[in-house]
Design a protein around this ligand. Structure first.
Ligand SMILES: *[C@@H]1O[C@H](CO)[C@@H](O)[C@H](O)[C@H]1NC(C)=O
Ligand SMILES: *[C@@H]1O[C@H](CO)[C@@H](O)[C@H](O)[C@H]1NC(C)=O
Length: 263
């Protein structure tokens, strides 16, 4: 195998460094984020998706589709996180939540368990029926444990309810699905819930409104956090033929579901 000359290697590393822009635009917080590791401004590369039983398929695969396109432009690693190494089930835990005994619940291959605690720097929390589950103990414990080490927590739809239950979103501005607003916001009375909002960014916590809003959040994340992000996000929305919402305040569902403006 031919090794690059030291000079070429140094040039390549400098080129790589020039392609990686520091994260910008995060606001100042009085909270303790980043206290253990200092400000690491390099773009996140290790994405974990939390898969609580009965998660919404599109809450996972909408943003994952966007980040997978990004992974063709820059090095990214994916971690699919579940309680065990079994495929992560979308089937409801209780038969009562499957009235017609439908068999419409794919399960997705798991790469790591929560106990493996892989070195992720972004954790994505989807919602769905999972967000109303009374059996989220291991998920909540994992979120609490991993949050201080994350660069970003991203909640999609009612995944904000799961994040809020873990307490790590206390004091942060966040949003969630407007149809499920009352139920989800009650799970986090100390979260500064924001409406109207297609998505909300507050330092290390990013949250989206209902399901498809996760795609708009993911595209904005690409725009802000990666070099050439605007061009890459435009390329991705064109590829998936998604009419992106570019203004985070553009949220017709807030009025539709009678969620008053706040924060
Ligand atoms: C539910 O459907 C499965 C097939 O999908 C069948 O094997 C099972 O017996 C059904 N259960 C009930 C309670 O009808
Ligand atoms: C920026 O991204 C676009 C879309 O992927 C790509 O066509 C272009 O070559 C990129 N430019 C640079 C300088 O990386």
């Amino acid at each position: 195998m031919m090794l690059p000359s030291p000079k070429l290697l140094v040039t390549s590393l400098a080129l790589v460094a020039s392609l990686i822009s520091p994260a910008t635009g995060s606001s100042v917080h009085h909270r303790s984020e980043g206290k253990s590791c200092g400000p690491d401004k390099s773009p996140p590369r290790h994405f974990g998706f939390l898969l609580p039983r009965a998660y919404s398929v599109m809450d996972v695969f909408g943003p994952l589709e966007v980040f997978q396109f990004l992974a063709r432009q820059t090095k990214l690693d994916l971690y699919m996180l579940y309680r065990t190494m079994d495929p992560a089930k979308t089937e409801p835990l209780h038969a009562a939540m499957n009235r017609f005994n439908s068999s419409f619940w794919p399960a997705v291959a798991t790469t790591h368990t929560y106990a493996d605690n892989p070195p992720i720097d972004v954790l994505v929390i989807p919602g769905g029926a999972a967000s109303r589950s009374p059996d989220l103990g291991p998920e909540i414990e994992y979120i609490k444990k991993v949050f201080p080490k994350l660069k970003y927590l991203i909640t999609i739809c009612t995944g904000a309810g799961i994040g809020a239950q873990s307490g790590v979103m206390d004091g942060y501005r966040a949003t969630t699905n407007k149809q499920a607003w009352n139920q989800m916001t009650a799970m986090g009375p100390k979260v500064k819930w924001v409406s109207p909002a297609r998505w909300v960014e507050d330092g290390k916590v990013w949250s989206s409104s209902g399901v498809t809003a996760g795609i708009d959040l993911a595209l904005e994340f690409v725009r802000q956090k990666y070099d050439n992000g605007t061009a890459i996000a435009d390329f991705i929305s064109g590829s998936i033929e998604h009419t992106s919402v570019l203004d985070w305040r553009q949220d017709p569902w807030a009025a539709k579901f009678n969620v008053p403006p706040m924060n």
